[in-house]
Design a protein around this ligand. Structure first.
Ligand code: FAD
Length: 500
């Protein structure tokens, strides 16, 4: 089935809006006209909302799940094009992400993950393309360069942040840690400029922007250090946990398990294509209104919508001033993620950085398509930002510019682009950007505001998780938290008898 989300371009068919995915749900609703008030309404069917809806329905609560899109998964979903999964958003998972891995084991999907990298065949090099020239190096040299640059950037206390952020789930535990949120990545780069080689600086800046999707000025140094701490304070951990393991059949093959299990409880009602516009809490009951004026009532609401679009919903009574400030500030991530299928069949082991002059800065070989072509995944962000669908020839040029002319010849031509697949997260009315990444000050001032419950409305989302904030794992962490709060409030004394 085809979702209206996403784009697919090929030379023969041109640009098509909407791509096939197993995440699209039909029928789009199982709600009947004479529903009684629910125990809980969950708004948003990303991993957070799916986890909350599943847990609450398994606990015996009557649940309504409302979703603005025609599919599950929110910012993590995969398209299946000719049987091949392209990850449109969230992709990589790791056993160090304990909430995610627990769910992978629950659904017995541990044999369904595979590596993105494959350094075994074809072109086995890393191309670094900066205004100073092109350097082609082995992957061992690439790792050495990146590790050296990242170690210099993160070594704020002689032990790579271990003393400053000793417990990343309690990120502001030390005073020194809170101070890091007052400065940007750019400030930190300026501090260590004299000890960075030009190549280190280039790969470091590209790596920072790959993490934040913002600019160096809008990237909180603290949040970068929080990621680093979650990855075990090492470059190898960074690589392993952030960008190595993905699902063979795509993220939607994972998300659908949560939805199916909730449905099997027979206590889940759902409605897709149902954007919520208004949430009114009279203290005893909450009324949720959709944009097309349908109204639903429940004792509790779990809002699982992301930070950057929460201000499109009105809340009555109004949200606290702290929450409203966070909604105004927003996160800064405007990542552009573009999959390219390339005619060259030998690029499976290729990686490249073209920075800072290109619209796409970072790319890796990510798979081999059914046609035997190489699939690479490319990333850009706020800097030189593009809307890839607006000018396909520019997007193609940005992909091709990742391959420096001097590595190719008539007998060994530069790769031609056979297909582009992407989701424009910046223009997405239900996301307003990619994964959460904070500007300086947002977390130290407003993390608790973002997490706070408002009357009978529980706010949950990966964007304000404590651990793997901005990851799938953080979404599951938050879905668990929200379902637990609701369960405790509604089941009261019975709460002590867990049934999950
Ligand atoms: P969301 O997925 O955003 O879910 C919120 C849901 O609310 C959405 O379905 C949305 O449609 C719905 N909604 C919003 N407004 C309304 C409304 N008014 N009415 C009804 N419904 C509404 N994470 C990783 O772990 N690994 C990765 O490799 C990774 N890579 C990423 C790459 C990209 C390009 C992106 C965009 C994200 C990536 N992430 C990754 C992050 C991860 O995808 C997210 O952190 C996670 O999916 C967020 O889940 P969530 O449920 O908290 O929020």
């Amino acid at each position: 089935m085809t979702s209206r989300d996403g784009y697919n371009w090929t030379p023969s068919e041109g640009l098509q809006t909407g791509v096939p995915t197993i995440g699209k749900i039909l029928p789009e609703s199982n709600v009947s006209s004479n529903e009684k008030p629910y125990d809980v309404i969950v708004i948003g069917a990303g991993y957070c909302g799916l986890t909350a809806a599943r847990n609450a329905s398994l606990e015996g609560l009557q649940v309504l799940l409302l979703e603005g899109r025609d599919r599950i998964g929110g910012r993590s979903w995969s398209s299946n094009i000719q049987g091949y999964p392209f990850e449109m958003g969230g992709t990589w998972v790791h056993w160090g992400q304990s909430n995610t891995w627990r769910e992978i084991m629950r659904y017995e999907l541990h044999d369904q993950v595979e590596k993105s990298f494959n350094f075994e065949k074809g072109v086995k090099h890393f191309e670094l393309n900066t205004p100073n020239g092109v350097t082609t190096m082995s992957h061992e040299q690439e790792d050495e360069l990146l590790a050296s640059a990242l170690n210099k950037f993160t070594n704020i206390d002689g032990v790579y942040g271990r003393n400053t952020i000793p417990l990343p789930h309690d990120t502001f535990r030390t005073l020194g840690s809170a101070d890091l949120d007052n400065i940007s990545a750019k400030d930190r780069l300026n501090d260590i400029a004299s000890i960075l080689s030009p190549q280190e600086r280039a790969v470091l800046e590209a790596s920072i922007l790959l993490a934040s999707g913002g600019t160096l000025e809008t990237t909180s140094f603290h949040e970068f250090m929080h990621w680093w701490a979650m990855c075990g304070y090492t470059y190898q951990g960074w690589l392993d946990m952030l960008i190595t393991w993905k699902f063979k059949r795509g993220q939607s093959s994972f998300a659908i398990r949560f939805f199916q299990e909730a449905l099997e409880s027979k206590r889940l009602k759902y409605a897709f294509n149902s954007p919520v516009s208004h949430v009114r809490d009279n203290g005893k009951q909450v009324e949720v209104t959709t944009r097309d004026a349908r109204k639903f009532q429940a004792a509790k609401v779990i809002s699982a919508m992301p930070l950057n679009v929460l201000d499109r919903v009105t809340f009555d009574p109004p949200l606290s001033s702290g929450k409203q400030s966070a909604l105004k500030i927003k996160h800064v991530n405007q990542t552009v993620k573009v999959h390219a299928e390339l005619s060259n069949k030998d690029l499976r082991s290729w990686t490249g950085i073209t920075y800072p002059h290109n619209e796409l800065n970072y790319a890796i070989g990510d798979g081999t398509t059914p046609a035997g072509n190489t699939h690479i995944v490319c990333f850009g962000g706020q800097q030189n930002h593009i809307d890839p669908e607006v000018d396909i020839s520019r997007t193609k040029r940005a992909v091709q510019s990742l391959f420096s002319a001097e590595n190719y010849s008539n007998s060994h031509p530069a790769p031609a682009v056979e297909r582009l697949v992407f989701h424009n997260w910046s223009k997405d009315e239900f996301a307003g950007g990619a994964w959460f990444f904070s500007p300086p000050g947002l977390l130290s001032n407003h993390l608790n505001d973002m997490r706070a419950t408002h009357g009978n409305v529980v706010f949950a989302n990966s964007d304000w998780a404590l651990g793997w904030r901005s990851f799938i794992d953080g979404a599951i962490e938050e879905g668990e938290r929200a379902a637990l709060i609701v369960r405790r409030d509604l089941l009261g004394a019975k709460f002590d008898a867990p049934r999950l």
